[in-house]
Design a protein around this ligand. Structure first.
Ligand code: 5GP
Ligand code: MG
Length: 177
């Protein structure tokens, strides 16, 4: 398994886009208090940067979603929800690393909707619309990618590479490497 020598998205490129999305969100929520629901583990780094750029009052909650082993979705997302505050009546913004087939996100959004928030929106750092199996439209999206598997900035390959500050392509998949 190898990573691309050059990042697909550089740190500077990412930082600029995160600021732009934060400004867009701050404008849209200027009269509402936000509850940011961070989807672990992948969304943690993007959400940390995004929240620091969001100059509006907000609270954070965390859910854990697991759907992948290696580079293939097993199609059965597992979601753990443990909120401090009920989401009922709150303006909820879900922050995720990547929207791929849509399986994980569609299940998550359905489960969150059952908590009866006042509003429910989705912000993804990366969007791969060509991979979609279940229709899901993000309200905010950082970058659109084709059918490629990437790591860094929170995204892993078998739990590694989440700490890379830029986004890299994964090349030459062989499970044993
Ligand atoms: P979905 O249910 O939309 O197929 O998958 C969403 C999850 O799959 C993401 O939260 C992420 O953990 C994982 N995933 C999808 N595409 C990629 C990718 O290109 N790189 C990495 N590292 N994870 C991905
Ligand atoms: Mg993952």
């Amino acid at each position: 398994m190898r990573l691309s020598e050059r990042p697909v998205l550089t740190e500077a490129h990412i930082a600029k886009r995160v600021r732009e999305i934060a400004n867009e969100i701050a404008h849209d929520y200027r009269e509402r208090e936000l509850t940011v629901v961070v989807v672990l583990k992948g969304g943690a780094i993007f959400a940390a940067d995004l929240c620091r750029e969001l100059r509006v009052p907000l609270t954070t909650e965390y859910v854990r979603a697991k759907s992948y082993s290696g580079t293939e979705s097993n199609g059965q997302p597992h979601i753990e929800i443990a909120f401090d505050e009920p989401l009922k009546g709150k303006h909820v913004l879900v922050v995720e690393d990547i929207l791929d087939t849509g399986r994980t996100t569609s299940v998550l959004m359905r489960q969150l909707a059952e908590h009866r928030p006042a509003s429910l929106a989705l912000c993804v750092f990366l969007n791969k619309p060509v991979r979609r199996v279940i229709e899901v439209q993000p309200n905010y999206s950082g970058f659109t990618l084709g059918d490629r598997f990437v790591v860094g900035y929170g995204l892993d390959y078998e739990q590694r590479f989440r700490n890379l500050p830029a986004i890299y392509d994964v090349r030459d998949f062989t499970p044993s490497q």
